[in-house]
Design a protein. Structure first.
Length: 376
């Protein structure tokens, strides 16, 4: 695929086309096409200077210590002369116009369109990443287009979209760019959604909570060994991050991708459900998503539908009121939102498309029950 161009990004605002990271063969075309618009690295937030020109990054729990010329694990932040810089800033590698429901985000402006984007880089190494061509690359080694935060928000506003979504790759690693876009979006009355694995320290996360409206957090499992072996990461900071977002009062939805043989046992799912119920309460939406073979786990089958629906039923039986199944074709009962009082399907969906919404602008069911969420 050829590099994202300015013309293509503007067309995306009208038609919903996408531009994704290409293979190394696209790099030469990238340099030729985007040389004039190459972004300038910006100084990163949340780091400290150490003796002899070294620095330590405190954005995520890896706490990378870098000598001059070295780059963080996330591939986006690097030490240049004792200053931590980010070259993910203004470098859009992936973008698309999506239903807001694709987040997944089902209790937040249902039926709206979101302009969704990401850059290169990630601070995880998920073996099943769907967007690995971008997430496992340096931001400027893949096709990208250089856009300031205000230019992105111009596209969102002119396209008539209500939400700007930071997704596809990990927004933590283009943190400064995300904060600028979120501030620009809020100043124009637009909403934002951070779709994240939440591998981030408390101070930067609280700062993000003040800037971003809604969070979709991937709780990828409940076993520390799964996080280490499959994601090259740790579980505890993610659990802490979920608690922080809940404490800060942002709208929060959780999603767990069920990988056959890795994190889909009945016992682990019971543990996950119990933790969500105890920590986040019965009104926090929980999504179980179907795994599709990708990246380093192409040898596995897709998640069996029975596994997904068993998890859905177990979560509802445990007391979670808003449980969903994602990544299955067509319409099914586990994609709908049900009123906890009258049991009516108040928002019915086919895939990511909202088919019918019976809630009023305050989120009230015809029976009078008010459902949690951001509805208008």
């Amino acid at each position: 695929m050829s590099p994202c161009s300015r013309r293509e990004l503007l067309r995306a605002a009208a038609s919903g086309c996408a531009c994704a990271a290409a293979a190394a063969s696209g790099s030469a075309r990238l340099l030729a096409a985007e040389l004039a618009a190459q972004p300038t690295p910006v100084e990163a937030l949340h780091y400290e200077k150490l003796p002899h020109g070294a620095i330590q990054c405190f954005l995520c729990p890896r706490d990378c210590v870098l000598q001059d010329g070295e780059r963080c694990f996330c591939r986006t932040r690097f030490n240049k002369g004792g200053t931590l810089l980010s070259d993910a800033h203004d470098a859009v590698a992936v973008f698309h116009v999506d239903p807001v429901e694709k987040g997944p985000l089902l209790h937040f402006l249902p039926g709206s369109k979101a302009f969704a984007l990401g850059t290169g880089g990630c601070n995880l190494r998920c073996m099943y990443c769907q967007n690995w061509q971008a997430s496992q690359s340096l931001p400027l080694e893949i096709p990208y287009s250089s856009y300031s935060a205000s230019q992105i928000v111009d596209v969102v506003q002119k396209g008539g979209y209500r939400v700007l979504a930071f997704t596809y790759t990990e927004p933590v690693v283009y943190y400064e760019y995300m904060l600028e876009m979120a501030a620009a979006a809020r100043s124009r009355g637009l909403r934002t959604n951070m779709v994240t694995a939440a591998y981030i320290r408390e101070k930067p996360l609280v700062q993000a909570c003040r800037a971003v409206d809604a969070f979709t957090i991937a709780l990828k499992g409940m076993r520390p060994d799964f996080y280490k072996r499959v994601l090259a990461s740790e579980l505890a900071p993610v659990l802490d991050a979920i608690r922080i977002v809940k404490r800060e009062g942002n709208w929060l939805e959780l999603v767990s991708l069920l990988v056959p043989g890795y994190n889909d046992s009945a016992s682990e799912l019971r543990e996950l459900i119990a933790w969500v119920l105890d920590t986040c309460g019965p009104d926090t939406p929980l999504h179980f998503a179907r795994f599709w073979p990708a990246y380093k786990l192409t040898n596995l089958p897709p998640t069996p539908e029975r596994t997904l629906f068993d998890a859905w039923e177990a979560a509802r039986a445990a007391g979670l009121r808003y449980v969903y199944v994602q990544n299955l074709p067509g319409g099914h009962r586990a994609g709908n939102t049900y009123c906890p009082k009258c049991s009516r399907a108040v928002v019915s969906r086919i895939g990511f498309k909202t088919r019918e919404n019976l809630l009023d602008p305050q989120g009230r069911c015809p029976c009078g029950e008010k459902l949690p969420g951001v509805w208008s």
